[in-house]
Ligand binder design. Structure first.
Ligand SMILES: [Zn+2]
Length: 188
């Protein structure tokens, strides 16, 4: 896969996390994407919301990364984020495809798979049947949110592709320009 294709994949992935967070009523502080990884920081705290947001990244990648990137070229230089996020510009951090998950305070950066596994197991260590049920639930629900929000995700991903980095205000603006409804979760 060439750099542009990798960048597009990470843009769709991070936009999936971000739009899912917004659809669930949370704020997204920043998204960031480069050909070697990406990052999405949101303010969600309920464990199930965090798990849904986490699962939405891979779900978006799976459902939407075959959609076309923007017609314009990606920038030749990777984006330089503002100072507060300067630590994200190191390729060691980015290479982990890290974004904040796990949700409590200074949560460590984990891969989506590890974060979802932790969510599934927590409090149910002795009940593997329940792990599977939790995983199945969040993956299916996240895929549904991604389907419902696909246009918004693609709009945000294309913006991210061209700019490499979007702040909370920019994410808000892009989000307001697209018109989907906020998701209503009927959790059972
Ligand atoms: Zn992710």
């Amino acid at each position: 896969m060439n750099n542009d294709a990798l960048l597009w994949r990470f843009c769709v992935h991070e936009a999936g996390h971000a739009i899912c967070a917004i659809a669930l009523g949370h704020r997204v502080n920043v998204i960031f994407a480069r050909p070697d990884g990406g990052y999405c920081e949101d303010t969600a705290t309920p464990a199930t919301d965090c798990a849904l947001i986490t699962a939405a990244g891979p779900a978006a990648e799976q459902l939407l990364s075959s959609e076309p990137p923007p017609a314009a070229e990606a920038p030749t230089q990777p984006a330089t984020p503002p100072q507060r996020f300067a630590h994200l510009a190191t390729s060691e951090v980015i290479a982990d495809l890290s974004h904040r998950v796990g949700c409590e305070g200074q949560a460590p950066l984990l891969s989506d798979d590890v974060a979802l596994a932790q969510y599934a197991i927590r409090g149910a260590e002795s009940d593997p049947q329940r792990w599977i049920e939790r995983l199945t639930f969040v993956k299916a629900y996240a895929a549904r949110i991604v389907e419902q929000q696909r246009d918004k995700i693609l709009i945000l991903a294309r913006e991210l592709y061209l700019r490499g980095f979007l702040s909370a205000n920019e994410i808000q603006l892009v989000n307001e320009e697209s018109k989907n409804e906020r998701v209503r979760l009927d959790r059972t």
